[in-house]
Design a protein around this ligand. Sequence first.
Ligand code: NDP
Length: 247
Amino acid sequence: MSQSCIIVTGASRGIGAAIAESLARAGFMVGCLSRSGDLPHRQNASDEVRSRWLGAACDVTDASQVRAAIADIQARCNLPLAGLVNNAGVHMEGKSETLPLDEFDKVMQTNANSVLIGSQSVYPYLRESGGLIVNIGSFFDKMGVKRNLAYCASKAAVGAITRCLAVEWAPAGVRVMNIAPGYIVTDLNREAMSTGPLRAYLEKRIPGGEPGTADDVAGLVTLLFSMPGQFLSGETIYIDGAQSIAH
Ligand code: NDP
């Protein structure tokens, strides 16, 4: 595994940083993309893990920037590309009746267009010997959530892009999966999820009473990249503590 490289978008913090650490711990070199180009903010990562990180700056909504960042990572690590994790995303809330179209556009561009851009950018590397693309969607993809129209639409699109690419690129040995997390604690939302009304809501709605962690999602991504076999593709895996199926 240490003989290949995986690109992770949105790897500077949150879930993406946890994915970058987990993949590096499993022996992969990891190309860490974000607008800042910062290496993952993971305080306890070992020196060995840090030695497997290569950072590059790009905006995932800009195809030429993404292609250049991936080419830069490839030139620096000089290892075959095993795959891509399309993780970068934004969340915005607002009433549907007054949702500005440019905000809808921004969420779609960052969460959905970026998945196509990233996937198209790695396809020329992967089609030679196969590979895996893992998209990070959301369990909101199958819900109607008040004030979340743009986010829900963008994540539903991620599921559809996953299915279409999985079918179209299967003959080239390229598999595509979608991981759809529920509520996940990150540095940005830790305070909101620990106290007050959101905490009470989560305790009531999540069957186990606790939100997930970025490491939960990272472990699943690493499992997909580590498991043998070529037959699992096109699926959405929900990692939400059974919240979306609970009644
Ligand atoms: P964060 O806001 O903590 O991190 C987002 C990451 O994406 C950062 O590294 C950021 O870096 C990068 N990023 C944002 N916009 C761009 C852009 N245009 N181009 C390049 N990089 C960008 O998010 P989370 O870790 O919480 O979420 C990660 C993914 O998981 C998202 O797709 C989100 O929708 C999904 N998700 C999260 C859940 C949660 O509860 N946290 C639940 C379900 C899904 P920089 O600012 O430097 O560009």
